[in-house]
Design a protein around this ligand. Structure first.
Ligand code: SAH
Ligand code: F3S
Length: 452
């Protein structure tokens, strides 16, 4: 007698917001794969479990949570066995309120309790009540996650959780808890595991990675600069990125690392938020424009081809025309390559939410428009400046646009199409840049140097 094998259950995970959330979502999928044999599906229609990994950094993101849940409620009315979970920063902030507004939600978990998801789902099955766990159990999370599954040649590695900076506009310290670093051995073991499976490029993740203070097994503390040196020694790791770093802890040791670690890309995301000392002080960023400028100058002395990107908040309460002009001046001076820029969004419970904010919304929109246009021009100029240069690329895949070509990604994140054989995918090649194809893509020669 033959038995029909039972189909694995399917989980659909929708991710809002940042790279940290992307990372957490893939770890949720790994976790439910190893605990319940679930497979990840890319459509909610055939899923047994729907998970929404939420973001609360700005009001718009938060509003999207309940509209998406409204759609999922309709699906659950047709398929009552559907299990719905809400995780991430909105879950962390709202806790029980999620279930009050959306009683059809089965489990609510925070960024630091996602590892408890399998147990919560089981308990939900047997008890039929909504379970809420949005606590911050230190760094327990990583002790309960399976080894990450690898897809492709690039991977994220979380090295720390949370943030203790308490910028006056930001919810992160409240939703993700204070900074906690993963132990050094755990980070290196994860990088080695990834490299052994063919990963060539890692992006180290955290809210302020340069505040990393991970314990070595003897209890000594490892700095971020030291960690980078060890990651670079893992065989196979050809390229290292990290995000995000805070100007305050961008120390000389980190700058020196750029002199000795060739795998560190010549691109750094170093958010300044504003080019005005008044605004920086009101944001409680704890540094001045001059401090920031000095860090960048030192960095450029070590790596003259460094590309710098930033986040900007436009229309922070009390930002004047003169403050905005100071931001525009800094943008021109630093020559930012790109930015993530948004109008200030008032977040309940943060100190800035109490500040008077007289600037009309239309003025803020106008400022944002001016800023984005300037940065767009700078991106274009930096792309054009690559013409005639030799660039190292990590080969990503075949190009759809140019038959017989591959796409490789340069250190500064530009896409380069070049003629080559699919066997090069996942390897590093050096090509000469021949032509600009768009604001962030180029055409290159056949590889001049390639890995064996
Ligand atoms: N740890 C990082 C930033 C994390 S939040 C750092 O120190 O830079 C990511 C970005 O969201 C911030 O850099 C900021 O530009 C933006 N952001 C955070 N809170 C915001 C708010 N209330 N309104 C608008 N943008 C905000
Ligand atoms: Fe937010 Fe400032 Fe930390 S922007 S994540 S409180 S460094």
């Amino acid at each position: 007698m033959s038995t029909t094998p039972t189909q694995p259950k399917k989980v659909y995970i929708e991710t809002q917001g940042c790279q940290m959330n992307e990372y957490d979502s893939s770890r949720m999928a790994d976790l439910l794969g190893s605990s319940h044999g679930m497979v990840r599906t890319h459509t909610p229609d055939d899923a047994d479990v729907l998970l929404l990994n939420t973001c609360s950094i700005r009001e718009k993101a938060q509003e999207k949570v309940f509209s998406e849940l409204g759609r999922w409620r309709q699906m659950k009315e047709k398929r009552p066995e559907l299990v719905i979970g809400v995780g991430g920063c909105v879950a962390s902030q709202e806790g029980d309120n999620i279930q009050k507004r959306a009683p059809f939600v089965d489990v609510v978990f925070g960024p630091q309790t996602l590892h408890r998801l399998p147990k919560m789902l089981d308990a939900r099955d047997s008890r039929k009540i909504t379970l809420v766990d949005v606590s911050f159990p230190e760094i327990e999370k990583f002790d309960f996650l399976p080894e990450p599954k690898v897809e492709g040649h690039k991977a994220f590695v979380s090295i720390m959780e949370g943030c203790s900076k308490y910028c006056t506009f930001c919810v992160v310290p409240y939703t993700r808890g204070e900074e906690v670093s993963r132990p050094f051995d755990d980070v290196i073991a994860e990088v080695a595991h990834l490299a052994a499976q063919g990963v060539r490029e890692v992006t180290l993740l955290g809210q302020n990675v340069n505040g990393y203070r991970g314990a070595f097994h003897d209890g000594e503390i490892c700095s971020f600069a030291e960690l980078l040196r060890h990651v670079a020694e893992v065989p196979g790791i050809g390229r290292i990125r990290y995000t995000t770093s805070h100007p305050l802890e961008f120390g000389d040791d980190l700058i020196a690392a750029y002199a000795d670690i060739p795998q560190l890309v010549s691109h750094v995301h170093l958010p300044v938020q504003s080019g005005s000392d008044n605004v920086l002080a009101a944001m409680k960023r704890n540094h001045t424009v001059a401090d920031y400028r000095q860090r960048i100058q030192k960095l450029m002395a070590v790596r003259p081809d460094m590309h710098i990107s930033s986040d900007f908040i436009i229309g922070f309460p009390g930002e004047t025309d003169a403050d905005f002009e100071a931001t525009m001046n800094l943008i021109a001076e630093i020559g930012y390559d790109h930015s993530y820029s948004f109008i200030y969004s008032k977040r309940p419970g943060t100190p800035a939410a109490e500040l008077p904010d007289p600037t009309p919304e239309a003025d803020k929109k106008q400022r944002l428009h001016i800023l984005k246009e300037r940065i767009r021009q700078q991106t274009q100029r930096k792309t054009e400046a690559m013409l005639g240069k030799r660039e190292r690329l990590l080969v990503e895949r075949e190009s759809d646009r140019y038959p017989g070509h591959l796409i490789g990604i340069a250190g500064n994140t530009r896409w380069v199409h070049f003629p080559g054989d699919a066997g090069l995918i996942g390897k590093f090649v050096d090509v000469d840049i021949l032509e600009v194809a768009s604001i962030n893509s180029l055409l290159g020669s056949a590889p001049v140097i390639m890995e064996a």
